[in-house]
Design a protein around this ligand. Structure first.
Ligand code: AVJ
Length: 307
């Protein structure tokens, strides 16, 4: 068994059956996620883009001259382009992603759009520290960019660990620019993860299709249903697939039984208060220096410097 398959089997062997959200993103899953970002109910992307467009000048002033921008993720987003268009004197742009194909494809596009920019992609699992490339021009500082509130996928201890990795990669006088979704009226959050067109349901179920196609599983997609509920006390959306029957499924020659109504946890999406995020940042060695929000106060982008 490959280590990846072992990890999947391990998660499905827990009393709360769990599959990591990283298995959402095969080609179809990435397409479905792009569709989610365009849904009227999915406020996160619109709000973050609004913030980037409105405050990019303040962001670039804080980032300063001749910085190296290190993006955690492949950097295919519109938000990254807004930053790059407005940062004309970067020492380098360093997108970091575990998926080599995805990373190199998006790096090629960025190079074509920004021919003067030193684009230095790094294939790495950014949840662990990794070596940074040396740009031709010596950077004045490193600024880690982590948009999209992807931090929300991580439970507290893992989020802390990730912030510490970012702290390490930022280095002396480095900084972090991060998108963080905020706690708000539960109806707004509920609708964002239970859209009326059913795209989020398709996205969630696609994880099983992905495991069937790439990991030799035999999930019956018809007999699982999408569920997303906001736990206000914990400040997180719990996204699950609910079995619609007593049934069995197989993956990597391991058979599992699941009962009618039992769930497979596929994702958490944590929502923060400004105080809650500031506390985590400070525990990881960062000071939140500036917070921007959209006009409706749904989402935040935060500039954190090393303490
Ligand atoms: C990419 C993790 C930020 O939590 O909102 C969207 C993923 N899941 N709809 C999120 C997601 C269901 C998204 N993140």
């Amino acid at each position: 068994m490959t280590r990846e398959l072992e990890g999947i089997v391990e998660g499905l062997s827990l009393s709360q059956k769990t599959i990591s959200p990283k298995y959402f993103y095969d080609e179809r899953g990435s397409q479905l996620f792009d569709e989610i970002t365009e849904l009227p109910e999915y406020y996160l992307t619109d709000a973050e883009l609004e913030i980037m467009r409105e405050y990019v000048d303040e962001m670039t002033a804080l980032i300063g001259k001749t910085a190296s921008l290190i993006e955690f993720g492949s950097g295919s987003s519109l938000k990254t382009r807004i930053l790059l268009e407005n940062l004309d004197d970067l020492a380098a742009y360093v997108p970091v992603d575990i998926s080599e194909d995805h990373l190199y494809a998006s790096a090629r596009k960025i190079r074509a759009e920004f021919p003067d920019l030193d684009v230095l992609p790094v294939v790495a699992d950014f949840t662990h520290s990794f070596a940074l490339p040396s740009p031709a021009i010596m950077p004045v500082k490193n600024v880690v960019y982590f948009p999209g509130s992807t931090i929300g996928n991580f439970e507290h201890d893992d989020a802390m660990e990730l912030l510490r990795v970012m702290h390490g990669e930022a280095g002396e006088n480095g900084a972090l620019l991060i998108g963080v979704d905020l706690q708000k009226d539960s109806g707004i959050i509920d609708r964002a993860y239970n859209d009326s067109a059913g795209v989020t349901a398709k996205f969630n179920l696609n994880m099983l299709r992905h495991l069937n196609r790439s990991y030799g599983a035999n999930f019956d997609l018809e007999s699982f249903a999408h569920s997303a509920t906001y736990d206000e006390n914990k400040g997180r959306v719990v996204i699950e697939l609910i079995s619609q029957a007593d049934q069995t499924f197989e993956i990597g020659n391991t058979e599992f039984a699941i009962t009618d109504g039992e769930t497979i946890l596929t994702e958490y999406s944590h929502k923060y208060t400004l105080e809650g995020f500031a506390k985590m940042a400070s525990d990881a060695g960062f000071n939140v220096e500036r917070v921007w929000t959209d006009a409706a106060g749904l989402f935040s982008v935060q500039y954190c410097t090393r303490l």
